[in-house]
Design a protein around this ligand. Structure first.
Ligand code: 3PY
Ligand code: MG
Length: 253
């Protein structure tokens, strides 16, 4: 089975860098795949895309050096299985509130006897190779999002779930959970402490720790802190900021 870039990074103790695609269009995903990242993630939760257009995006990512990842809208086993059948090498599940939810997430992504994923790997087989079935359980990356008050409270138990590779922090929802708005202000003491606690807990249990970042500068700082899966912004935010900056320069003369 084709190897996972993210697992390769982790095997050598490095941090994986993920491009986040909220646009989800196949051409955009292809461009992101050639940007030097380890993986491109198609966001089915908040991105303006659905499972149908996601398949085209995953096909486009397959033509690049990046591994294909997807954030699912929720812990829904049929969606998780379809996303994996479409060739996703990694899945991030939002709003995980308990170890039970994390276990259900992992269960839907693993073939028996470890889990209850149904057989029908479709594009997984084309992209991964003929030995996909033998290696899928060990190759696919599973990250549970910690971004709610209950998830934060249960992070120690979540980090002990067998088969879960790690956690992924959603700073915006975490900000909302604390009643601080969605900006996820990284200097707010409560948020700083919550993020530190999640990272330390994941590390203590030998799990990986990821976080969504607004920029490469913040992603580099998170890497230095010990996060080994970072997102240096989303395609839509980068596009908007880059165009706004060009417009500003145009109008300034
Ligand atoms: C959050 O910050 O809440 C996220 O889900 C990141 O995309
Ligand atoms: Mg979120």
């Amino acid at each position: 089975m084709k190897t996972s870039n993210v697992r390769k990074r982790w095997e050598t103790g490095e941090t994986a860098v993920c491009a986040w695609s909220s646009i989800g269009n196949s051409y955009v995903a292809e461009v992101l795949g050639w940007s030097g990242v380890d993986c491109v993630l198609v966001d089915l939760q908040h991105g303006m895309t659905d499972v149908g257009t996601m398949i085209g995006a995953l096909q486009a990512i397959s033509s690049t050096p990046a591994s294909p990842f997807v954030r699912v809208p929720s812990c829904d086993p049929p969606t998780l299985m379809k996303v994996l059948d479409a060739g996703a090498y990694g899945v991030i599940c939002p709003m995980i509130n308990s170890a039970e939810e994390a276990s259900a997430f992992v269960d839907a992504t693993r073939y028996p006897p470890e889990g209850s994923r149904s057989f029908g790997p479709a594009r997984g087989l084309l992209y991964g190779g003929p030995d996909y079935f033998e290696h899928a359980n060990a190759t696919i990356v599973r990250l549970a999002m910690i971004e709610t008050a209950s998830g934060l409270e249960a992070v120690d138990a979540i980090c002990q779930v067998d088969g879960l590779d790690g956690i992924f922090i959603g700073p915006s929802d975490l900000g909302l959970a604390f009643g601080k708005g969605s900006s996820g202000d990284p200097s707010d003491p409560q948020i700083v402490e919550a993020i530190r606690h999640c990272l330390a807990t994941a590390r203590r249990h030998g799990k990986h720790a990821g976080i969504f970042c607004p920029s490469g500068k913040v992603a580099a700082r998170r890497r230095d802190e010990g996060f080994d899966f970072v997102v240096p912004g989303s395609d839509v935010n980068l596009l908007k900021a880059a165009m706004a900056s060009e417009v500003k320069e145009t109008l300034a003369r």
